[in-house]
Design a protein around this ligand. Structure first.
Ligand code: SF4
Length: 581
């Protein structure tokens, strides 16, 4: 149930008024923000023409502060170099950084605050750091907020928005709340609205943190939108949502969902595209599957997709407008469209490359299909392989087999498509034997893995497909001290089950050491990406061009049009009928 309390009315926003949609730090800027660019297009289609989008992730100095925090945090590690690089370190580190930033904003007792940051580091890394290091981290956070406040105030002064809308993920939550406070303090007449993926998991309605969040932000955030943004934001601006409310969701528009055929292409015209290796696009919303640990379907609702012809012509239109060849597809999953889309793009003289999430399925096991995808510009498959244990894959409802995983990875690598793979470590019920099977599978596949990322299992009280079942069958234990929740807003949870969080952490570090031993990259920073790309080229004759080649932009890349089959022992899985979307 969505909590509501009486709020001041929001008069209809006229189509002439200025609307600013923004994304706040932190994060790695892969592409200009897709969500707010889609919202801009949609609002413009409905006569709201005075819309500006802005990405503070790439504002001057912001990435320097981000790097400084992780550099400083890394000083607390001794002896295990593998632990302070790659996605494991940054993923865990983001949990520390986000909570630290929130604690900085809300604390009123210095001693407790310093102690809390130490606890946060221990909770996520199981290491104990000394107070001087915590004070240095505090210095980085303080400097960030000072710098960010100056940037923000100048921006708001220049733009003078009538409406400020922030799209917020977990990693952007503290800076977004700060931005709302600054806006309310310095520009009290600006109406404020917040949406984004943070409401799909960490701040899902029904979590204790959500109630606290509503209470604490009443003075700075006028309206909150939960779910797909386009229809809800438009109706909010038009004054068509129920009055006197603060929180809105899909039920307030009768469960209506966006028609993707008419939604248009994202508008990136406000961004300096030279910052980004990719442009963004999408073919669908939501996912036709429901893996146990995933919150995707609960956030986006019913699965929908565009036709391959429409997506191909949208990519061509984006290329015509922005002259970029490399696209990141923001879909949960490309399987339902990948083959028809590749066929459409093979017919086109242009070479457009696209990267996105893919599941193991029969088609991915077929080298003829992967070669077709490669010729159609498919650049990188981001795949949740999760585990080398069939028992665990079945517990996750992954609906794949380990044998299919092997075939799919080989067939993709054969075509030179980068295989970015994600592995869940510590899923409830994972035994040492199951984990060993994962390590064994990494070894078997090592030359066909472009990169591998360890994802320690995380339990959300609400939001994952199996949250309800897990909540019923296990005791949920709060991760952070109860008396810190009014400072952090978000309480994270763990389950009283095996493997424990400590054991999951040990296995994660073993996973990383194993990657290192096998020479499988787990890159995060640019120099690590370059090294991974060089390795891929030495391993695979059909390897796709590097990201750096696309960023050079001095030449047009069309090598996909000349890709030819190599010798390959063809597997026999040819049935086209197993994927009935
Ligand atoms: S993990 Fe991937 S395939 Fe599974 S539900 Fe989430 S998005 Fe869909």
């Amino acid at each position: 149930m969505i909590t509501n309390e009486p709020v001041a009315e929001w008069p209809e926003v006229s189509t002439r008024e200025k609307i600013v949609l923004a994304l706040m730090p932190f994060g790695v800027p892969l592409m200009p923000p897709l969500g707010i660019s889609c919202l801009k297009t949609y609002l413009q289609q409905h006569r709201y023409t005075n819309v500006k989008t802005v990405n503070f992730l790439v504002a001057p100095g912001i990435q320097d502060e981000y790097a400084a925090y992780f550099r400083t945090l890394g000083e607390g590690f001794t002896g295990d170099e593998g632990a302070v690089t790659g996605n494991y370190y940054y993923d865990r580190g983001h949990n520390v950084l986000n909570n630290h930033m929130m604690a900085y904003l809300n604390h009123n007792d210095e001693e407790k605050y310093i102690h809390l940051v130490k606890q946060l580091i221990y909770t996520h890394f199981f290491i104990t750091v000394d107070e001087p290091l915590v004070r240095r981290l505090h210095g980085v956070v303080e400097r960030f907020y000072h710098r960010f406040e100056r940037l923000l105030a100048r921006f708001l002064e220049d733009e003078k928005p009538d409406v400020l809308g922030l799209s917020v993920s977990r990693d952007g939550l503290p800076a977004s709340l700060f931005a709302f406070r600054v806006a309310r303090e310095k520009f009290p007449h600006t109406r404020t609205v917040m949406g984004g993926s943070v409401f799909f998991d960490y701040l899902a309605p029904g979590t204790p943190g959500f109630e606290l969040f509503l209470e604490s932000t009443r003075g700075s955030i006028d309206k909150i939108i939960i779910g797909e943004g386009e229809l809800l934001l438009l109706k909010l601006l038009q004054g068509k949502l129920p009055r006197g409310r603060r929180v809105y969701g899909a039920a307030d528009i009768g469960g209506e969902i966006l028609d993707l055929e008419t939604a248009g292409i994202p508008d990136f015209s406000d961004f300096d595209l030279s910052y980004f290796p990719y442009l963004g696009a999408y073919t669908s919303r939501s996912c036709p599957y429901q893996c146990s640990f995933c919150a995707e379907t609960l956030g986006w609702g019913k699965y929908r997709k565009k036709s391959a012809r429409q997506v191909a012509s949208e990519l061509q239109e984006l290329h015509g407008l922005y002259d970029r060849q490399l696209y990141f597809m923001g879909d949960s999953l490309l399987n339902p469209i990948i083959t028809p889309l590749a066929r459409e793009l093979v017919k086109d003289d242009r070479s457009l490359y696209w990267d996105g999430y893919l599941r193991v399925d029969r088609h991915a096991c077929d080298p003829e299909k992967t070669m077709l995808w490669r010729r159609g510009g498919f650049y990188r498959a981001r795949m949740g392989l999760e585990s080398g244990s069939q028992r665990i894959l079945d517990m996750m409802d992954k609906q794949i087999t380990v044998e299919q995983t092997k075939k799919a990875i080989s067939a993709l690598a054969y075509a030179g498509i980068k295989t970015t793979t994600f592995w869940v470590v510590g899923h409830p019920g994972e035994t040492e034997d199951d984990f060993q099977l994962t390590l064994d599978l990494l070894e078997t596949l090592k030359d066909d893995l472009y990169e591998a990322f360890c994802i320690p299992f995380t339990y959300n009280l609400i939001g994952q497909a199996k949250s309800d079942e897990w909540r019923r069958t296990n005791t949920s234990i709060p991760l952070y001290p109860e008396d810190a929740v009014d400072v952090l807003f978000i309480q994270a949870w763990t389950m009283d089950c095996k493997p424990s969080r400590e054991e999951t952490n040990r296995r994660s570090l073993r996973f990383i050491r194993h990657l290192k031993k096998l020479g499988i990259p787990y890159p995060h920073i640019f120099s690590e990406v370059i090294a991974a790309e060089e390795r891929w080229k030495t391993l695979h004759e059909n390897a796709v061009p590097s990201q750096a080649e696309f960023m050079e932009r001095s030449r047009y890349i069309d090598e996909n049009k000349q890709i030819h089959p190599l010798m390959f022992v063809r597997n026999t899985l040819q049935d086209d009928s197993d994927f009935n979307f």
